[in-house]
Design a protein around this ligand. Sequence first.
Ligand SMILES: *Cc1c(COP(=O)(O)O)cnc(C)c1O
Length: 377
Amino acid sequence: MYKIMTAGPSQVRENVREARALPCTNPDIDPAFFDFYHETCSLLSKALHTDLTAFILGGEGILGLEAACASLTEPGDRVLVIDNGIFGKGFADFVKIYEGDAVLFTTDYHEPVPLDALAAFLEKDHNFKYATVVHCDTPSGVLNDVEAISMLLDSYGIMVVADSVAGMFGEPLDLGHSKIDILCGGSQKALSCPPGLTMVWVSDRAFAAMENRKTPIRSFYANLLAMKDYYEDQWFPYTMPVSDINGLRQALDNFLADKDVFERHACIAHATREAIKAAGLSLYLKKGMSNTVTVVNVPQGITDRELLQGMARDYNILISGCFDVLAGKVVRIGHMGESCNRKDVVDTLYAMQKVLEAHGIPLKCDMKEKFMELSCS
Ligand SMILES: *Cc1c(COP(=O)(O)O)cnc(C)c1O
């Protein structure tokens, strides 16, 4: 068994695995399941301080991104795709699939989207139905101020789709003080369930836009409108994955009972970054690092594959490489949710150091010691 320290999926606590083993009901006809699902969705809203309605969809995190675009986009709609990372840019693909006109606003991948540059852009061009933005863009680990960005977009009447799959539950997100219309989350990042579920929070304005479309939503599975009245109608468009949802509920209860979850993420992330820098390695980002993941440039003298394979083979620890424009350039340590604990990060830094040294790359300090000196207990 590997210790999972990837940029998601993260580790899964035993009580979540046990909850997934509870007896199953028929979720299409058992009224108790509708109540349970409804209550769990209310807790999801509570967790993000919002009265937006939450839904749980049967499908990995990507389903939420596609469902948001499928449900809002009509052919020819102009959509602003805020791009300072690989997932940010990736939204354009979904927009195009549904025949929207994706307009990229691209900024430096090494830092958060600068609000002043976005404001200047919008002043000239703001004729968009909605915009897409990513909270934590995991390949670089950059954290965008999605609350402030949504306020700016809202001042032009532009709806906002935000991907916080790898941010929420590890980074504070005050949905109640934002103008986000569809927020997308996934089960397998900081919430620490296995992959398999998407969570979405949807505003009344977004539902109204779906209801007022001139053309029908061109998807069944990715149609958010089909979920809207499930509780009143006691009807789901497809059979809900009961066991996955039982696990998610337990993970959510774990999160809600965890009083210093954000402090822990902040201090472990800080200590990880400082230990890596003190060792003479470099971080990909200039600023705006998310506390859920640390992205390290691959040093001279080793490839990303050698580092990943060495850590897996000799130390049983999995960290992430990267893809697209960052393929081969960086490796990523996920310290989110259950993986955000001192012991596992210590083991990870130790293994990384040993593999680098075995490849003749000397480090300037003992990363494990440095981390322990800096991190909270
Ligand atoms: C993980 C993640 C998703 C879901 O995508 P998968 O890579 O398929 O798990 C979506 N957005 C972001 C920012 C993510 O980190």
